[in-house]
Design a protein around this ligand. Sequence first.
Ligand SMILES: [Fe+2]
Ligand SMILES: [Fe+2]
Length: 165
Amino acid sequence: MDRAVSKALGRVRQVWEYLVLRPKSEDLAWVGMVLTPAERALFEGMSPHDQAHCAKVARKLSAKSPPDWALKAALLHDVGKPRGYGLIWRVLVVLRPDREIPAAPRLAQPWPWALQIYRWHGLYGAEMAREAGVPESGCRIIQEHGNKSLADEVPWLGEFQWADD
Ligand SMILES: [Fe+2]
Ligand SMILES: [Fe+2]
């Protein structure tokens, strides 16, 4: 398939999933067994879509018998996206990303706020996870989860990215 077409279809799928993907009760029960109470509070702070997406990725990764910290990272990889970061923002930032926007200070105006989350949610999420007690190797995966160039360098990042297709 033409690359532009498959990219466009991928975007359509993301929008569709944002609207319909919701965590199943058996996923939530499983998450409760994998995560500590503090980690679970982070998980539950994510939007329903992000909870369902992270659970799906973690389930897929679990087929490779990952260490605990890698599974926790998969369950929390998008925790840097706040609940208010909704569909409109997610569509707009993809159309007009700002690769140069700094991670700090955190900006409060809506558009720069959304651009920062798109660019830096891995870093923000890793900071939240660290505070909740996620092991450092897991925080590293969360921080670099979108960085394909580190797939062979960061332990379990390549496997994570395979699961997060
Ligand atoms: Fe992400
Ligand atoms: Fe993901």
